[in-house]
Design a protein around this ligand. Structure first.
Ligand SMILES: *Cc1c(COP(=O)(O)O)cnc(C)c1O
Length: 384
């Protein structure tokens, strides 16, 4: 079967050239006479693979030695615990609740210390990025947190930079002053250039935009972890300082996953790096949002000022028609468009490996679906 256009939110599309390279070297890795899947992580050959992946990532993102680059297993979800266990030295951190994953991270952090809410858009179904102090019950939220600046005694301030499920994105990072900014960038990792110096820590599960499931990159300022983890019961595996000292190999890492991430990093560099990715991603996003704004059947669910460049969420407003759209789209080779089970509707994930032509196909399919369904029946349905 020909390869489809894959709009899945994760695991997601990977560059075909990367898959072909992995296929070509699967049986005999670089003349070793064995597959990389069979190789010791302590071998010289594998050490070169993980070193190369780290160097390639450092060069793409222009990461200095002030930061550690770590590879974990356990998904982004494990880092919901890893962040407070390592960084909650005084026992209090701030969280912006911008969606499901931010909320899950906040809940997890509440097990280990005081996780205060800096702002929340839950009351409007997470259709936008919350402002500082937004959505807080005045009884429970001391005014210091609603002031123009974030309380400077917090251990860190946490955001989920791109809300994969709700299709929203922080277009400007919050000003946290001297408080380290911690960001879950799982679904916008490597989508555009980053200003590393704005972050104390960022982390990303690979399966959205950087590789296969089973690898999570944590990039953390070394001075924040030099005193050891904040909580003494932090598992050794999750201790960022220890993992830094051990080159992410305290135990057996996801050898194949890290290798594949390295191939993706190289692919991005060959395409022109993060600036080239951003250019392509912006043109894909403007094509799809333009189609939504021009449509009288579909509408985007995120507030325009918060729209994500990576995950475009939309609906017809009619669950049955949404389901029909997803089924019909699949017949046209456009797959992975079903929205997250928490919100329904549709979602087109426009990660780096999704080509512009895929989005053109999607936009034109949306037009023809709309033409087929713009009879009296449906305009009536919409006005109900
Ligand atoms: C997918 C995702 C997660 C969860 O990732 P897992 O690897 O399944 O734990 C967390 N945060 C964001 C922003 C995501 O997109």
């Amino acid at each position: 079967m020909a390869r489809v256009f894959n709009f899945s939110a994760g695991p997601a599309a990977l560059p075909e050239t990367v898959l072909k390279q992995a296929q070509a070297e699967l049986l005999d890795f670089h003349g070793s006479g064995m597959s990389i899947l069979e190789m010791s992580h302590r071998s010289v050959t594998y050490q070169r693979v993980i070193d190369h992946a780290e160097e390639s990532l450092r060069s793409l993102m222009d990461i200095s030695d002030e930061y550690a680059v770590l590879f974990f297993q356990g998904g982004a979800t494990l880092q919901f615990a890893g962040v407070p266990m390592n960084l909650m030295y005084s026992g209090r951190a701030g969280y912006y609740i911008s969606g499901h994953f931010a909320q899950a991270a906040w809940r997890e952090a509440s097990k280990y210390g005081e996780a205060v809410v800096l702002g929340s858009s839950e009351k409007s179904s997470f259709d936008h990025i919350p402002a500082l102090g937004e959505g807080l019950d005045p009884v429970f939220s001391p005014v210091t947190w609603c002031a123009p600046d974030i309380d400077q005694s917090l251990d860190y301030a946490y955001i989920c930079e791109n809300n994969t499920i709700f299709g929203t994105e922080w277009h400007e990072l919050p000003n946290t002053g001297a408080v380290p900014l911690v960001s879950d960038v799982s679904s916008c990792f490597l989508a555009k250039p980053v200003q590393m110096e704005r972050y104390g820590l960022l982390y990303a599960g690979a399966q959205k935009n950087a590789g296969p499931a089973g690898v999570t990159m944590v990039i953390v300022r070394r001075d924040l972890i030099s005193d050891g983890p904040a909580l003494d019961y932090c598992p050794s595996y999750l201790d960022y300082g220890t993992q830094d000292a051990k080159g992410s190999m305290l135990n057996t890492p996801n050898t194949f996953g890290i290798y594949l991430c390295g191939l993706v990093f190289d692919w991005i560099a060959e395409q022109g790096g993060l600036a080239a990715m951003e250019k392509r991603n912006r043109s894909k996003a403007s094509l799809i949002y333009g189609a939504l704004d021009d449509s009288s059947l579909f509408r985007g669910t995120a507030r325009p000022d918060s729209r994500s460049m990576m995950n475009a969420t939309f609906t017809t407003g009619d669950a049955a028609l949404d389901a029909e759209f997803v089924v019909e789209a699949e017949k046209h080779g456009l797959v992975g468009l079903k929205g997250h089970r928490l919100v329904g509707g549709m979602r087109a994930s426009l990660y780096n490996a999704v080509p512009y032509e895929a989005v053109e196909e999607l936009a034109s399919f949306m037009q023809s679906f709309e033409a087929d369904h713009s009879s009296a029946c449906c305009s009536d349905r919409r006005s109900l």
